[in-house]
Write a protein that binds this ligand. Structure first.
Ligand SMILES: O=C(O)CCC(=O)C(=O)O
Ligand SMILES: [Fe+2]
Length: 329
C-alpha cells in the first residue's frame, strides 16, 4: 500500500527529503543494532549515546539535509523527511491512555533519537509526559476539546513550551499511523513569512515585553510567567515566541497585534497530512505549529505520532538537568 503525502494540502512547501527503500533498510538495521543497549531503555544515557554514535552511520544524504536544516531552516522553518522506517507491519495498536510514552527501543524511537542526536541533543521536561525522551501524540478519550496533543479539535498555533526559558529548538513529529479519514493536518506558520505582512504598529508591539505566557498547571512553580516579547533577536529575522491558547496581551496594542499575527499565520499556513514514515522537523525558534481537527475512533487504529524535542546547546540548561542527563526539572 502506498501512503503518499497529500501534496494538495501543501500551500507553500518547506524542504522535503525522501529516504529510499535501501536507505530505510539501513536505518532499520541501525535501530536493531542499538536496541539491546541499556536493555532497550531509550531514556538511559547509554542508549542515547548509542543513538548518537549510530547517527554517524545514517545515510550521508539524510545527515547532510538535517545538518543544512540545522544551520538554516529556510523560509518555512520546516523539514519533512519521508520514507523513514517506523516498524510496520508489526506496529502495535495506537495507545489510548493520556500521557503515554515510549520507554522501550523500537525502530521509530531509534529514528527519533538518532536524528535528535545529530540535530543537537534530545531533551524533555520532567513535568510533561514524565520526562520521556520519546512521547506519544495520540487522541485520548474525553480530551477531545483539549488544547494539547491529546485533543482532536483544531489545535491552535503555538511555539512549543512557549512559557519556558529552555523551550526546544526543534520539535520532531514522526508519523506511525495516520487518522482514519486522513484529514488531520500538521499546520505550521513561519514568522519569516508573516513578518513582512505585519503593520508597523503591530510589529512594534510584538517587539515589546507586553505579553505573558503562563505555564500549564503541571509545571507548578518551576516556571514563572514573566512579561516577554513575541519577537526577539534580529530585526530582519527574529525569533517568535507565542502560544495563541496561552499567551495573554498586557496592553491594547499587544492585543491588536496578537490578533493580526494570528490572522497572518492562518493566511500563510502550510498544512501537511503526515503519512506513516513521515518525520516533520519544526524549527521552534521561527515556526509555530498546530493541527487541524479529526475524528478519533478509539479502536487502536487512531492517529499516532511520536515526538521528541531537540536542544541545540544542551549546556545552557545544565542548571536544570540533574547529573547532566537529558531531562529538565
Ligand atoms: O498533533 C499534531 O500534529 C501536533 C501536536 C503538537 O502540537 C505537539 O505534539 O507538540
Ligand atoms: Fe506542539
Amino acid at each position: 500500500m502506498t501512503l503518499a503525502l497529500d501534496t494538495a494540502t501543501v500551500s507553500a512547501p518547506g524542504a522535503t527529503v525522501t529516504v529510499g527503500s535501501g536507505d530505510a533498510e539501513r536505518i532499520t538495521a541501525l535501530a536493531r543494532r542499538i536496541a539491546p543497549v541499556a536493555d532497550g531503555r531509550v531514556d538511559d544515557r547509554a542508549y542515547v549515546a548509542a543513538a548518537r554514535d549510530a547517527w554517524c552511520d545514517l545515510p550521508a544524504g539524510l545527515r547532510r539535509a538535517l545538518r543544512d536544516f540545522r544551520r538554516d531552516s529556510g523560509p518555512a522553518g520546516t523539514l519533512l523527511v519521508r520514507g523513514l522506517p517506523v516498524g510496520e507491519p508489526d506496529l502495535p495498536p495506537t495507545p489510548g491512555a493520556g500521557g503515554s510514552v515510549q520507554r522501550t527501543a523500537t525502530v521509530p524511537a531509534a529514528v527519533l533519537l538518532m536524528v535528535a542526536a545529530g540535530l543537537g541533543d534530545p531533551a524533555a521536561f520532567r513535568p510533561e509526559k514524565t520526562g520521556a525522551l520519546v512521547q506519544d501524540v495520540v487522541p485520548v478519550p474525553g480530551k477531545e476539546d483539549f488544547q494539547g496533543n491529546a485533543g482532536s479539535v483544531l489545535l491552535s498555533f503555538h511555539t512549543e513550551n512557549a512559557f519556558h526559558p529552555h523551550r526546544p529548538d526543534f520539535v520532531m513529529l514522526l508519523c506511525l499511523r495516520a487518522d482514519h479519514e486522513r484529514v488531520a493536518g500538521l499546520r505550521t506558520g513561519c514568522v519569516r513569512r508573516t513578518l513582512p505582512l505585519l503593520s508597523e504598529r503591530s510589529r512594534a508591539a510584538l517587539w515589546s515585553e507586553e505579553f505573558v505566557t503562563a505555564p500549564p498547571p503541571s509545571f507548578g512553580h518551576s516556571a514563572t510567567a514573566v512579561p516577554h516579547a513575541v519577537l526577539t533577536g534580529a530585526v530582519e529575522d527574529p525569533d517568535v515566541r507565542v502560544d495563541f491558547a496561552a499567551t495573554r496581551p498586557m496592553t491594547d496594542r499587544a492585543r491588536t497585534a496578537l490578533t493580526e499575527l494570528a490572522e497572518l499565520f492562518d493566511l500563510t499556513a502550510q498544512t501537511v497530512r503526515l503519512a506513516p514514515g513521515d518525520l516533520a522537523v519544526v524549527d521552534n525558534r521561527v515556526t509555530v505549529h498546530g493541527r487541524t481537527p479529526f475524528r478519533p475512533r478509539y479502536d487502536g487504529r487512531d492517529r499516532w505520532l511520536q515526538r521528541s524535542f531537540v536542544l541545540t546547546d544542551l549546556r545552557r540548561s545544565r542548571g536544570l538537568r540533574a547529573r547532566d542527563g537529558y531531562v529538565l526539572d
